[in-house]
Write a protein that binds this ligand. Structure first.
Ligand code: ATP
Ligand code: MG
Ligand code: MG
Length: 557
């Protein structure tokens, strides 16, 4: 194709294929650290890596970057696997683990020592940091920098054999303590951690750090284009230094792209974990979190997340994406794909005084107004109905203009019940406190389906029959933070701008009988209300239903 890709990574890859770089191969990898659940930012990286491999008929590995055993767990590994599959991607071959390369990495570390490129340093982490200097200050050589190769090999082996306490010493590369790039000032390669590892058990008590493990793991796997986020740009010279100075089997290249950040939320595993641990939310899959499992439970489809990642593109400029874009992506998907239904979220009792008790009248309504292939649904009408509290006022507000007139029910006025009859409200019944508890209405049999001459109902409202509906709990979710950039103010902690109304539970909602036994993750548009999704907390007596998103962007700015 001679169409220019909008994704700058695709441009690089097309040039490389053309110039036969890496033999024209495209081998990608997605390398999560299993220290939390994946979030929407990871979805961007997943779509980029797996999507690029797909596009260029290459392959993509899944590799767990598991070099910090203290923070990692099998639970996180399992969730990551399930989220990637749910997004619709499949890695090539076996799942990889950086930890399965520990033997190879250990022997490469010894190779660096033998070549005079690494040494065991006894400085404490704090002292080593002081010796490193600053951006305009040269560093100071460690007093251990000139140990002999033999001494270093012996000390490194003793580190591996568990002879030293944590922090007693570390292995460092011997590069340049005056390098302008701080990452080249003798970076640490291995530290001692007397911690068992979820994959290697107690085999190791020294662990390589990210920089020493990442590029070499890429090389072992034959990765051609190793994509990471921009904060690793300054690590690239170190990435290349290892590849140049070690007898690695292939020469991968690192490319950086900008992180996805969304307003009104947080995309950092560490901070998401704090929300989970402090029970601000109910778990990693709380529908308010931007985790993939949270978005899924909220009602987002995999297709909408992939489409969103496509829309935001891949660049090298950082920017914060508006949450409204993510919401637009799910509305766009659901509008044409999910059936309609009626759900009354805050019920007000309506009695049709001219309808006999015990009589049921069933209406056949389209499942989707524009897609006949989705079939029809049956909605039953009886004497006792429920409408939305907010769809009634005793006294109509005065119309500012003909577009803004009251379109719902009012005392002495008529309104159409969606798909059924026009009803007129004749009387309002209140409790002792003056609260409206019931409306006495009459329906007009002549209005079934269409308005006879001279009839001007205010508008159309949704409704359910009291008897022919199911009880449900509706959970209205909103943004988790009140600030657009909860993380952006140094003076304020993100925990201090939580939205107190991020979850509103409506326990007495009622929904059409057609939703009976709908399994978790079934999605609907509730007419006039929004897009909703059945939650896994539902049981035989009560459905639990999550609001995915409102029908229109209604966030009060
Ligand atoms: P966090 O800061 O949330 O812990 P991380 O980068 O440490 O994120 P990893 O598990 O190391 O998390 O990420 C796996 C891959 O996903 C990496 O290649 C990383 O660059 C990418 N990634 C992580 N967060 C984002 C994001 N917000 N936008 C785009 N890519 C991301
Ligand atoms: Mg990381
Ligand atoms: Mg991290």
């Amino acid at each position: 194709s001679n169409q220019k890709p909008t994704n700058f990574i695709h441009q690089i890859i097309e040039d490389d294929i053309q110039n036969n770089v890496h033999g024209g191969d495209v081998v990608m990898r997605f390398p999560p650290e299993p220290n939390g659940y994946l979030h929407i930012g990871h979805a961007k990286a997943i779509c980029l890596n797996f999507g690029t491999a797909e596009k260029y008929k290459g392959i993509c590995h899944l590799r767990f970057d598991d070099t910090n055993p203290e923070k990692e767990s099998q639970e996180y590994i399992d969730s990551i696997i399930s989220d990637i599959n749910w997004l619709g991607y499949q890695w090539t071959g076996e799942i990889r683990y950086t930890s399965s390369y520990f033997d190879q990495l250990y022997s490469w570390a010894k190779h660096l020592i033998s070549e005079g490129h690494a040494y065991v340093c006894d400085l404490s982490a704090e002292t080593a940091r002081e010796y490193r200097g600053g951006f305009n200050q040269p560093g100071t050589d460690s007093p251990f920098r000139n140990r002999s190769v033999e001494e270093n090999l012996s000390l490194f082996e003793r580190m591996k054999n568990g002879e030293f306490k944590e922090g007693a010493c570390s292995l460092r590369a011997k590069i340049d303590m005056n390098a302008a790039n701080m990452n080249l000032r003798d970076p640490m390669l291995y530290r001692i951690l007397h911690t068992s590892h979820h994959q290697t058990g107690d085999k190791w008590c020294i662990y390589p750090n990210y920089d020493f493990a990442h590029g070499q793991s890429d090389s072992i796997e034959g990765v051609t284009h190793s994509l990471c986020t921009l904060e690793f740009e300054d690590h690239r010279p170190l990435y290349d230094w290892f590849i140049e100075n070690l007898p690695v089997p292939s020469k991968p290249k690192q490319y950086e792209f900008s992180r996805l950040e969304l307003n009104y939320t947080i995309t950092s595993k560490r901070k998401l974990k704090q929300l989970v641990d402090d029970q601000v939310v109910t778990g990693w899959n709380d529908p308010r979190l931007p985790t993939i499992s949270g978005l899924r439970r909220r009602g987002y489809t995999a297709a909408s997340l992939r489409h969103f990642c496509d829309m935001i593109g891949v660049t090298r400029s950082n920017g914060i994406v508006d949450m409204g874009m993510l919401e637009a992506a799910i509305r766009d998907d659901l509008d044409s794909t999910v059936p309609r239904a009626m759900c009354v979220t805050r019920p007000l009792k309506v009695t049709l005084t001219n309808m006999e008790a015990g009589v049921e009248e069933w209406f056949e309504l389209p499942a989707h107004p524009k897609d006949e292939s989705m079939g029809t649904r049956r909605v039953g009408l009886t004497r006792n109905l429920l409408i939305e509290q907010e769809d009634f006022v005793e006294v109509k507000p005065p119309a500012k203009n003909k577009h803004e007139k009251w379109k719902r029910l009012a005392l002495g006025d008529a309104v159409r019940l969606r798909g059924a009859y026009v009803i007129t409200c004749n009387e309002v019944i209140k409790d002792a406190t003056g609260e409206i508890i019931e409306l006495l209405c009459t329906y007009d049999p002549a209005t079934k389906g269409s308005n006879p001459e001279g009839y001007k109902p205010n508008g159309v409202i949704h409704w359910v029959s009291e008897e022919l509906s199911l009880p449900c709990e509706v959970r209205l979710y909103d943004r988790l933070f009140t600030e657009a950039n909860p993380d952006g103010d140094k003076e304020r902690n993100f925990m201090d701008c939580l939205n107190p109304d991020s979850l509103v539970v409506l326990p007495d909602a009622r929904v059409e009988v057609g939703l009976k036994d709908a399994p978790a993750e079934t999605r609907y548009q509730f007419e006039r209300t929004g897009y909703f999704c059945i939650d896994k907390d539902s049981n035989a007596d009560k459905l639990v239903i999550n609001r995915t998103v409102t029908l229109r962007d209604s966030w009060a700015k």
